[in-house]
Design a protein around this ligand. Structure first.
Ligand SMILES: *Cc1c(COP(=O)(O)O)cnc(C)c1O
Length: 360
């Protein structure tokens, strides 16, 4: 068996240890004679899996007791609708548009009320985070929305926007659990798990409990009310049981790695190796303003489409998968999530140096 270095933006690399454990437990989960895929979501076995997953996540992120943890279906994209349906009481919200995911969320919110675009970096292909120290926050805004790490463009907020007292809602799909965060600064933090945590098809939403009410927009489906999911501890209907199980294993792995402060250090070290090389290279360069660089998604280009294509092709042949950049940025993108080992980044940089020598 040979595994590649997988730099995919998502679904993405998972810790090998976690995959092996899941493999061992595939046919007979801890002596119960069946796989987690085959067991009732109401069983004692599964109850332990979901409870432990939640407890470990709470410990990792230091989630205060007045926040609910919801394991939901529909991925991050369904939150684009679920958030306005539950929060837009005044039918006004402010969006900061720093990439395609933020734009999609902003567009979806327009179905439910006035969604103001109060800042954007679209003028420069989303290659920076706009100044958010003094934004034109709407007096009657129900919340201010950000996408904290922009998966496609490789930018990240280093300081949170000044929301002037308004509730902050953040999509953290591609930086979830990559470093510690202060949950209390947010009303809702959510992320699709297929970037940094587990298999696709699920979103974890961490919602402050005063935002979980019956007072939702008229016509909101039962399944889309946070209260329905919170009251049923994410078991209103059959959840994505296997995904919750794998996420739980990743939480245990993160704890074993030393928690989120240790992950931050590790991620900074990995990113530094790549960015330092990009800054010194005569061939490659990063596409993002230095101060706003993401630790997780690193887009880069050579400046020549032909050479970019050659690099993607040759890197693939050498065992580096999914380095092709998003079509709107072009070039390459290396996603170096938690589960990408340091050796993977070192090997990539060595390969890039060799490519540079051969092509400059
Ligand atoms: C991938 C991604 C999404 C979409 O996730 P789905 O689970 O496919 O809906 C949303 N936001 C961000 C920041 C992402 O990276």
């Amino acid at each position: 068996m040979s595994r590649v270095y997988n730099f995919s933006a998502g679904p993405a690399v998972l810790p090998e240890e976690v995959l092996k454990e899941a493999q061992e437990e595939m046919l007979d989960y801890r002596g119960c004679g069946m796989s987690v895929m085959e067991m009732s979501h109401r069983s004692k076995m599964f109850d332990e899996i979901i409870q432990e997953a939640e407890a470990d996540l709470r410990e990792l992120l230091n989630i205060p007791s007045n926040y609910k943890v919801l394991f939901l279906q529909g991925g991050a994209s369904l939150q684009f609708a679920q958030i306005p349906m539950n929060l837009m009481k005044n039918r006004v919200a402010d969006y900061i548009v720093t990439g395609q995911w933020a734009k999609k969320a902003w567009q979806e919110a327009q179905k439910y009320g006035t969604a103001n675009k109060i800042a954007s970096s679209e003028d420069k292909t989303y290659s920076y985070i706009p100044d958010c120290s003094d934004l034109p926050i709407s007096p009657d805004a129900d919340y201010v929305y950000i996408c904290e790490n922009n998966t496609i463009y490789g930018t990240k907020y280093k300081t949170l926007p000044n929301t002037k007292g308004k509730l902050l809602v953040a999509d953290v799909s591609s930086c979830f659990l990559s470093e510690p965060m202060d949950i209390e600064k947010y009303g809702i933090v959510y992320g699709g798990v297929q970037k940094n945590i587990g298999p696709a098809g699920m979103v974890i939403s961490i919602v402050r409990d005063d935002l979980i009410t019956d007072d939702v927009l008229p016509g909101t489906p039962t399944m889309m009310k946070f209260k329905t999911q919170a009251d049923a501890s994410s078991l209103y209907n059959t959840p994505n049981c296997y995904c919750i199980y794998i996420c739980g294993k990743v939480f245990k792995w993160l704890k074993k790695m030393g928690g989120l402060s240790a992950m931050k250090e590790r991620n900074e070290k990995k990113a530094r190796i790549l960015y330092d090389y990009l800054d010194s290279s005569n061939l490659f360069r990063g596409t993002v303003v230095k101060e706003d660089r993401s630790l997780m998604n690193v887009p880069f280009v050579t400046g020549s489409e032909e050479l970019d294509a050659k690099f993607v092709k040759e890197s693939k042949a050498a065992g580096f998968e999914n380095l092709k950049g998003h079509r709107t940025v072009g070039g390459m993108r290396a996603s170096i999530y938690n589960a990408m080992p340091l050796e993977g980044v070192e090997a990539l940089v060595a390969f890039m140096k060799k490519f540079e020598e051969e092509n400059v």
